[in-house]
Design a protein around this ligand. Structure first.
Ligand SMILES: [Mg+2]
Length: 270
């Protein structure tokens, strides 16, 4: 018996939906790749050209959520808390790359600030003490392509600095170890940390760029994920070209300036 093929439009709807979804996904990925590819390669090309003219170029990179996915750090801390206080519902909690802090993961686990306020405070303090320390940054993972890109960029003659809101006294040692462990270019003086934790990140980074002798450089790039920092530097140092790393941020401000945006550092064509 031959099965009659239903050629009506309705019969093709699920297939069409599936195809449309896959097409949209491939377009998004392809667009993201091409933007990454062209901007990142453009910087390499500019750096080579400037080196050939004996001119200096500087690229400044933030660390957390710019070069490193920190969700593994938070996940490790929450799992330790679960183990220590026998909170079974937290033992397998997953931190998503786009999460900021611990709140979103706790919501997904069924908690709410209204009903579990004291628990939120206790866990936040436990998390903070460990998250902002030398001991847990070893769990961070660099974003795809980041190591290879910085190595290649350094090889073109571009000077590289790491400008981070991590506190000097509590995180300098671990930050240096982690950068070296993953093979990022690192020489003395390249890693700049915040002198004290209470200092506002945007103020710290803005002041650093304000005090930088920018005339020494033909071109300066700043890779950063936090809109508050981006907006501050964009406003006060227009000569700095900023690349917005669209990973995650504190949701306090948005980036409205027409600056390049990238999600990762992978440059191979797909
Ligand atoms: Mg950051």
């Amino acid at each position: 018996m031959v099965t009659k093929v239903n050629k009506s439009k309705a019969a093709f709807q699920p297939l069409l939906r599936e195809f449309s979804f896959l097409f949209a996904l491939s377009q998004t990925y392809s667009t993201s790749m091409s933007v990454n590819h062209s901007k990142l390669n453009e910087i390499l090309k500019i750096s080579r050209n400037l080196r050939d003219q004996n001119l200096r170029i500087l690229a400044v990179f933030d660390l957390d959520s710019t070069l490193f996915n920190v969700s593994y750090r938070t996940q490790k801390i929450l799992h330790e808390y679960a183990e220590k206080f026998q909170k079974t519902e937290l033992k397998n909690i997953q931190i998503q790359p786009e999460d900021w802090g611990i709140k979103e993961a706790l919501y997904r686990a069924g908690y709410s600030i209204e009903n579990d306020h004291d628990f939120f405070i206790e866990l936040r303090d436990f998390w903070r003490e460990r998250f902002f320390s030398n001991d847990y940054i070893h769990y961070d993972i660099p974003y795809p392509g980041a190591i290879a890109y910085l190595i290649e960029l350094a090889a073109t003659g571009c000077e590289i600095k790491y400008l981070t809101g991590r506190e000097q006294t509590k995180m300098a040692k671990g930050s240096e170890e982690v950068l070296k462990k993953w093979g990022f270019p690192l020489k003395p003086g390249q890693l700049i940390l915040k002198p004290e934790r209470t200092l506002d990140d945007a103020l710290f980074k803005n002041d650093w760029f304000a005090q930088l002798d920018k005339h020494n450089y033909q071109k300066i790039y700043f890779f950063e994920n936090e809109p508050v920092n981006i907006n501050a530097v964009y406003k006060s140092c227009p000569e700095v070209e900023i690349i917005f790393i669209e990973s995650t941020h504190a949701r306090k401000e948005e980036v409205t300036a027409p600056i390049p945006r990238i999600k990762h550092y992978v440059r191979e064509s797909c």
